[in-house]
Design a binder for this molecule. Structure first.
Ligand code: ZN
Length: 179
């Protein structure tokens, strides 16, 4: 089936995606619709295009999914960003993250506390975003994806090896069980 979630070590997760130059087209709108649909199905707060095999620099996110869980009244931010780039980083926080491409893996890594992101919207208009804390983390995670960088990159080599070995072993067991 097309647009299935790609699981590590799928090679599209290790590649830098192409810049979008087809703004305002049905093709771009379709990609974005499919990405939101998949993200909600998989109950993620963010999704990068290559995670479902779309080879372009597109990310979608909706932080309201998480806010609801926490029963906070805060309104979430829902958006699609095209060709996003982090142009400024500030501070550091510890972030505990999962990833739809690494099912079952949760790790704590350092992230910047604040980021400034420049991107385009679906019509090609400039967007600038000042984000901090959870939103900043989601943006860093997803923008890393379209640059071919998985979140395990931020672990020490020893920890990374342990996490990966455990993950690959579990994948093999599931494959054997036909799951
Ligand atoms: Zn991810």
């Amino acid at each position: 089936m097309a647009y299935e979630i790609r699981i590590w070590p799928d090679k599209i997760l290790k590649q830098k995606m192409k810049e979008v130059d087809f703004f305002g087209t049905d093709k771009l709108k379709e990609y974005i619709d499919i990405m939101f649909k998949r993200m909600y199905e998989l109950e993620g707060v963010g999704l990068a295009a290559n995670q479902i095999g779309i080879p372009y620099q597109i990310i979608v996110l909706d932080t309201s999914v998480r806010e609801e869980e926490k029963e906070e009244k805060k309104e979430g931010i829902k958006m699609a960003l095209i060709n996003p780039q982090i142009v400024h980083k500030e501070g550091e926080i510890e972030s505990t993250e999962g990833c739809l491409s690494f099912p079952g893996v949760q790790i704590t890594i350092p992230r910047s506390k604040k980021v400034v992101v420049k991107a385009k919207d679906v019509e090609g208009k400039d967007i600038q975003l000042d984000a901090e804390d959870f939103l900043a983390v989601v943006l860093q995670h997803e923008i890393d994806h379209i640059n071919g960088i998985p979140f395990i990159k931020y672990l020490s080599p020893v920890k990374r090896r342990i996490v990966l070995e455990r993950f690959m072993k579990k994948r093999k067991e599931l494959a054997k069980a036909g799951g």
